[in-house]
Design a protein around this ligand. Structure first.
Ligand code: PLP
Length: 369
């Protein structure tokens, strides 16, 4: 198949803008007239330093990151940060307790990991359904938490916060792996923000961490050095070899976003695309069933079942197969929830989403009783 014949709705690693790939193709064999591949640049070279600095500056512009926040580009993925956050912040208050909002499988994993390093207080009543975010009246925030943790968008369950939790001054930590750069938000409200690159930022291999300066330096004594925010900040993410190629791709994506209207334009597109799909789901008289509460439906990952609440295997397989025949791939839901999942990250265009929407309308017309 040719690239233009396929629309990749993958939850990650996700589609990258074509312009980025074309540039990467050029730089793969000879970077900017250096005679070496961008992959072969030393992480201590001036050429790489320019890549790193430009990526950081462009991210700062895109998210309007204040000067009292440091930016790190690390390895270890989102999962690495589940541990790093706890190691670096659990000590902020004496009780070594952290509050965790668990709204899906990723925040559940983060909380489980944090239990290795301190006490975890579960803010929300336990549930394994993950289809809503309980009201404030049901929250149980501890009075002495070192930090409060949540996942802004649960990639598997399709649950997205439409607000920033008020923690009354306790540092707020947020996993934005699957929705960073899809809407504007005030960085000042956060202590730490992290995001794996492979969805809205670039290719797999790099994790962006944004940390408020005053939270750096109180890590536990057994914190692994590569995950120590103080060490990595002190070395500008170059304590050890960073994911150089992934940082390079990330820089190209940031530049592409700036050239395409910045976060405001990404937010507009994200709304248009997700509205289009949810409208069909909502008007399908129960043929397409999204289990997530309307108040917290994700704009970037839309899970739904076909035929009934529990899904009809035959119809769901038919949907995936017929979509694939039309070039629309990676629509299968996560194995833990089944059904369909449509991932609409920044590189998926409104036009491509329209194509899927038309397919869904046709499928509905053909198969509805
Ligand atoms: N957090 C969220 C919201 C995710 O979607 C994922 C992966 O998909 C992770 C964390 C884990 O990231 P990684 O695979 O980079 O460790």
């Amino acid at each position: 198949k040719e690239r233009h014949e396929v629309i990749n709705f993958s939850p990650g690693p996700a589609k990258l803008p074509c312009q980025v790939l074309m540039q990467a193709q050029k730089d793969l064999t000879n970077y900017n007239g250096t005679g070496v591949s961008v992959m072969e640049l030393s992480h201590r070279s001036q050429d790489f330093n320019k890549i790193l600095t430009a990526a950081e500056n462009d991210l700062r512009d895109l998210l309007d990151i204040p000067s009292n926040y440091k930016v790190l580009f690390l390895q270890g993925g989102g999962t690495g940060q589940f541990s790093a956050v706890a190691c670096n912040l659990m000590n902020l208050r004496e009780g070594q307790t952290a509050d965790y909002f668990v709204t899906g499988c990723w925040s559940a994993k983060a909380a489980k990991e944090a239990e290795k390093f301190g006490k975890v207080n579960y803010v929300l009543p336990k549930s394994n359904k993950y289809t809503s975010i309980p009201d404030k009246s049901e929250w149980n925030l501890s009075p002495d938490a070192s930090y409060v943790y949540y996942c802004d968008n649960e990639t598997v369950h399709g649950v997205e916060f439409q607000f920033i939790p008020d923690t009354k001054g306790v540092p707020l930590v947020c996993d934005m792996s699957s929705n960073i750069l899809t809407r504007k938000f005030d960085v000042n409200k956060f202590g730490v923000i992290f995001a794996g690159a492979q969805k809205n930022i670039g290719c797999a291999g790099c994790t962006v961490v944004i940390i408020r300066e005053d939270l750096i330096g109180q890590q536990m004594s057994n914190t692994p050095t590569v995950f120590c925010y103080k060490t990595q900040v002190g070395n500008n993410s170059l304590y050890n070899t960073p994911p150089t190629y992934s940082i390079y791709i990330m820089g190209l994506v940031f530049r592409w976003k700036k050239e395409h209207g910045g976060v405001e334009a990404m937010e507009d597109n994200s709304k248009q695309k997700s509205d289009m799909i949810y409208k069909i789901v909502n008007n399908s008289s129960g043929f397409f069933v999204c289990p997530v509460d309307k108040k917290c439906r994700s704009r970037t990952n839309i899970p739904f079942r076909i035929g009934s609440q529990d899904g009809c295997d035959v119809l769901e397989k038919k949907f995936i197969d017929e979509a694939a025949e039309k070039g629309m791939i990676q629509l299968k839901g996560h194995r833990s929830v089944g059904g369909i999942r449509v991932s609409l990250y920044n590189a998926v265009t409104v036009k491509e989403t329209q194509y899927l929407a038309e397919f869904m309308e046709d499928f509905l017309a053909k198969h509805r009783n």
